[in-house]
Design a protein around this ligand. Structure first.
Ligand code: 5GP
Length: 342
């Protein structure tokens, strides 16, 4: 539907290597034919579902394909252009800095390369504002988390405001948030905004409670926070009292089987509460989706009018990590586009 494509949108939850399109994967496969990787291994098609564990296997395959500066530059510029082509006007990309011995890639070069891609798209006149969140993979433990924060801190101070925050992600069944608290606390103290994956699986209540005390600036998924799915009222109260927006990814959660079907997605719970709920893609490549489709799915599943959908995309502006000047510019843009969309 053209309405959803033309709707100006904000994307706040997009993992770089999960966002790689089929088209880019093809280019990567042709660069590395010896890996014998096929398409079916990097994306989950329509109607298909995987366990969360299987989803994490998919990322390993993509990481094999994306292991040099050259790959990262191509992947990041392609992803940014694709989001722009889908009507996304403001994008926060997140990615875990990786070191690859065989190509000489370092974590620092990794971040520099993503920044270079952002600047390149800007200089080409691609109509999108992009910021970067440095990601901590929880699997890697306390020390790596602290190193990652220091790296993010360095870049925050040196890259004209392009690095705005920190993400905590990775397999939710591995590791414990308490081990990462010092790193997260440091990040917060130095002015990095925090977006944390919380309660993506049911067994994380205690961890969520602990991490909510920081408190984070946004929550990724938060699938099992509310009492109807085994969470608790006190967790909900913490989220509401601190007015922490939720980044909600319908297709990702259904395909990853943490949510049984679209109509049971926790978007409904939080949206009905009037709590800031932001529609996001998570991994548009891996889950074969885009942000227009996700808005359309939310509208058709939960009976939202076009005016409701407009408000959802407009409200997402208030949840971005870039400063107020950027928010104001985006609101002007929305106002200018509105008559063309309705
Ligand atoms: P990258 O950080 O390499 O750009 O993107 C892929 C990584 O993002 C994965 O290895 C994983 O750490 C993280 N990621 C992507 N999607 C999800 C998700 O749905 N849940 C969690 N917890 N982590 C994810």
């Amino acid at each position: 539907d053209v309405f959803y494509r033309e709707l100006p949108k904000v994307e706040l939850h997009a993992h770089l290597n999960g966002s790689v399109s089929c088209h880019t994967i093809e280019k990567l496969i042709s660069r590395k034919p010896h890996l014998n990787i096929e398409h079916g291994m990097t994306a989950i098609g329509k109607g298909q579902r995987r366990t969360l564990e299987e989803c994490f296997q998919v990322f390993k395959v993509i990481h094999q394909l994306v292991d040099s500066e050259e790959d990262i530059l191509m992947v990041a510029t392609d992803v940014i252009r694709e989001f722009a082509a889908d009507g996304v006007k403001y994008l926060e990309l997140r990615s875990t800095p990786r070191e690859e011995k065989n190509t000489g890639l370092t974590k620092k070069r990794y971040v520099e390369t993503v920044i270079k891609a952002i600047k390149q798209c800007k200089s080409e006149g691609v109509d999108i504002e992009v910021r970067f969140l440095v990601a901590i993979d929880r699997r890697n433990g306390t020390e790596v988390a602290m190193e990652t924060v220091k790296l993010a801190e360095e870049f925050m101070l040196s890259t004209d405001g392009l690095v705005v925050g920190l993400d905590l992600s990775g397999d939710p069944t591995v590791g414990h948030g308490k081990d990462l608290l010092p790193a997260l606390q440091r990040a917060k103290n130095c002015g990095l905004k925090l977006s944390l994956h919380l309660s993506e699986v049911p067994s994380q209540l205690e961890e969520s409670d602990l991490l909510l005390n920081l408190p984070p600036d946004r929550i990724g998924h938060g699938t099992f926070l509310h009492p109807e799915v085994g969470g608790s009222q006190s967790l909900v109260d913490k989220v509401v009292m601190n007015n922490i927006p939720l980044e909600l990814c319908l297709t990702s959660n259904v395909k990853g089987q943490t949510v049984p079907c679209y109509s049971k997605h926790h978007f409904k719970y939080w949206y009905q509460k009037g709590h800031p709920s932001i529609i996001c893609t998570d991994d548009k490549g891996v889950f074969s989706t885009d942000l227009s489709q996700e808005y359309q799915l939310a509208a058709s599943t939960f009976g939202l009018s076009r005016e409701d959908v407009w408000k959802l995309s407009l409200q997402a502006i208030d949840c971005i990590f870039a400063p107020d000047t950027v928010k104001q510019q985006l609101k002007l843009k929305w106002a200018a586009i509105k008559p063309q969309v309705f």
